[in-house]
Ligand binder design. Structure first.
Ligand SMILES: NC(=O)C1=CN([C@@H]2O[C@H](COP(=O)(O)OP(=O)(O)OC[C@H]3O[C@@H](n4cnc5c(N)ncnc54)[C@H](OP(=O)(O)O)[C@@H]3O)[C@@H](O)[C@H]2O)[C@@H](O)CC1
Ligand SMILES: Nc1ncnc2c1ncn2[C@@H]1O[C@H](COP(=O)(O)OP(=O)(O)O)[C@@H](O)[C@H]1O
Length: 281
C-alpha cells in the first residue's frame, strides 16, 4: 500500500477562504448556525458549541431545543437564541432555516436522536455530526452513511470512530483509517486526538499537531464542533472549515495554556481573529 504523507495543517491552507463580513453586509448574510441541545440535564455541550459558533463569526446562532430544555437553555443564553422543536419533523423545519446545524453533543443515545440526525441531514444546508449523533448509529452505520453528503463533517474521537467504523483504526492506523472512513461515508472526517487527522472524500488529508494537551478536558470537542459549524454557516467549504477549525481550536488552547477549561476556548477566538484580520493583504 502506498505510504501517505499528509500535509501539515497551517493557515496557508485555508486563510485565503476566511469568511470576513462584507462592509455592506448584515447578520443574515453572515450565516445562521443551529445547535441541537439535549435533555434538561445535558444542555451545556450544545451551548458550548453555540457560543463558539457565534464567536467565530456566524451572524445568528440558535439553540434548537426539545421543549423540556427550553427554560434551562433560555436562562443560560443571551445573544444565542432558543427555538423549540417537538419532534423530528419540527426539527427538520428549524434546521432548514440554518446554513449549518450541529447535532450530537450530549444529545443522548436514543432512537429520537437517530431520527433527529436524519431530519437535520435532510434539510440543513450543511451539518456537523459529533458525539451521540455518531454513537447512536453504532449498530447500523450504513443507515447513517446513505444520508451523508460532502457538506457534512463528522467529528469523532477514537472511541466514537471505532463505533461507526469498527476495526478500521487497528487495521489501517489513524491516517489511512480517516481517509478510508471519509471515502466510505462521503463526509469530511475530523478524527480527533493529540494528532487530529482531517480527511476529505476526494482523498485530501491534513494532520494537525498545533494543539495543547490541555485540550483533554470535558467539552473541548463540543467547542470544536461549534467552530466548524460556525465557519460552514458563513459559507466556508466543509473541508476548509474542518482544517481551519481544528487549527484555530488548537491555537486557542496553546494561547490559554494551563488551567484551561472548555468555556475558555471561545473567549480566545477574538485574539486569533484579530491576528488573521490584521494580516489581510
Ligand atoms: N458539558 C457537557 O454537557 C459535556 C457532555 N459531553 C457528552 O457526554 C456524552 C459522552 O461522551 P464522551 O465522549 O464523554 O463518552 P463516550 O461517547 O461514552 O465515549 C467514552 C469512551 O470512549 C473511549 N475512547 C476511546 N478514545 C477516546 C478518546 N480519544 N476520547 C474519549 N474517549 C475515548 C473510552 O473508552 P476506553 O477506550 O477507555 O475503553 C471512553 O470510555 C456525549 O453526549 C458528549 O457530547 C461531553 O462532550 C463532555 C461535556
Ligand atoms: N493530548 C491532546 N493533545 C491535543 N489535543 C487533544 C488531546 N486530547 C484531546 N485533544 C483534543 O481535545 C478535543 C476533545 O474532544 P472530545 O473527545 O470530543 O471531548 P468532549 O466530548 O469532552 O468535548 C479534541 O479536539 C481533541 O483533538
Amino acid at each position: 500500500m502506498p505510504k501517505i504523507n499528509p500535509e501539515k495543517n497551517s493557515p496557508e491552507l485555508w486563510l485565503e477562504h476566511w469568511p470576513w463580513p462584507d462592509a455592506e453586509g448584515h447578520k443574515y448574510r453572515r450565516g445562521h448556525l443551529g445547535c441541537v441541545t439535549g435533555p434538561p440535564s445535558a444542555t451545556g455541550a450544545a451551548r458550548l458549541a453555540a457560543r463558539a459558533g457565534l464567536r467565530i463569526g456566524a451572524g445568528l446562532v440558535s439553540l434548537l431545543s426539545p421543549p423540556a430544555s427550553v427554560l434551562v437553555n433560555a436562562v443560560h443564553s443571551t445573544a444565542v437564541m432558543v427555538k423549540a422543536f417537538h419532534d423530528s419533523d419540527s426539527l427538520s423545519s428549524l434546521a432548514s432555516e440554518t446554513n449549518c446545524t450541529v447535532i450530537g453533543p450530549a444529545a443522548g443515545v436514543t432512537e429520537a436522536t437517530a431520527r433527529n440526525v436524519i431530519s437535520v441531514l435532510a434539510t440543513a444546508e450543511s451539518a456537523v455530526l459529533d458525539a451521540d449523533a455518531l454513537t447512536v448509529f453504532k449498530d447500523a452505520p450504513k443507515d447513517l452513511f446513505k444520508h451523508l453528503r460532502p457538506t457534512t463533517v463528522l467529528t469523532p474521537h477514537e472511541g466514537e470512530f471505532e463505533r461507526v467504523f469498527p476495526g478500521l483504526l487497528d487495521q489501517l492506523g489513524r491516517i489511512e483509517a480517516a481517509k478510508s472512513a471519509s471515502s466510505v461515508s462521503g463526509a469530511v472526517m475530523i478524527l480527533k486526538g493529540a494528532e487530529t487527522v482531517i480527511a476529505n472524500p476526494d482523498g485530501r488529508v491534513v494532520i494537525n499537531r498545533h494543539a495543547s494537551p490541555f485540550l483533554a478536558t470535558a467539552g473541548s470537542g463540543d467547542v470544536l464542533a461549534g467552530i466548524t459549524g460556525g465557519l460552514m454557516a458563513q459559507g466556508m467549504s466543509a473541508y476548509h472549515a474542518a482544517c481551519a477549525a481544528v487549527w484555530v481550536h488548537g491555537d486557542a488552547s496553546l494561547r490559554f495554556g494551563p488551567g484551561m477549561i472548555a468555556e475558555d476556548l471561545p473567549e480566545m477566538l477574538p485574539g486569533i481573529l484579530a491576528s488573521f484580520y490584521a494580516s489581510r493583504s
